[in-house]
Design a protein around this ligand. Structure first.
Ligand SMILES: [Cu+2]
Length: 148
């Protein structure tokens, strides 16, 4: 006897399968507090649990004029920020955005932020998929962490 899956059930399951495919684990997103009106940075771990690369090409937040993906490079002995056109998270890999390295750059704040506030961000990949996150505003220098 052949098993048949009712069409209605397939239609129900299809959107769930697409969502599972699009999964990107975003771990502990946060942003160091900054004086009002200044750019802010976003840090987090990005883990790709799927078996295909996730290529992030953009990001946005309703609380900022625009958001860019930045990296730090050494140039003439000085660390400088550079905008990345794409950030690839390979299958099974974790990419860490952290002070001194990769980060999100929140540019042109449209409001003021206090400690504990959340910055709403959507990461956007090359297929137009959206990965929402909330970055918590935390003290710039956290107790027990080395200060640079
Ligand atoms: Cu930057």
């Amino acid at each position: 006897m052949k098993h048949r899956i009712p069409l209605a059930l397939l239609l129900l399951l299809a959107p769930l399968l697409v969502m599972a495919e699009a999964a990107l684990d975003i771990v502990d997103p946060w942003s160091p507090e900054a004086p009002p009106g200044r750019m802010m940075a976003g840090f987090m771990d990005l883990h790709n649990p799927t078996d295909t690369p996730i290529v992030l090409v953009d990001a946005r937040s309703p609380q900022f004029g625009h958001v860019e993906i930045h990296t730090m490079i050494m140039e003439d002995g000085v660390m400088r920020m550079r905008r990345l056109g794409e950030l690839v998270v390979e299958p099974g890999a974790t990419v860490t955005l952290e002070p001194g390295g990769l980060h999100l750059m929140f540019i042109e704040p449209l409001e003021q932020f206090s400690l504990g506030d959340a910055i709403a961000v959507e990461l956007i990949d090359d297929q137009g998929r959206l990965f929402p996150l909330q970055a918590e505003v935390r003290p710039r220098h956290r107790p027990g962490m080395r200060q640079h």
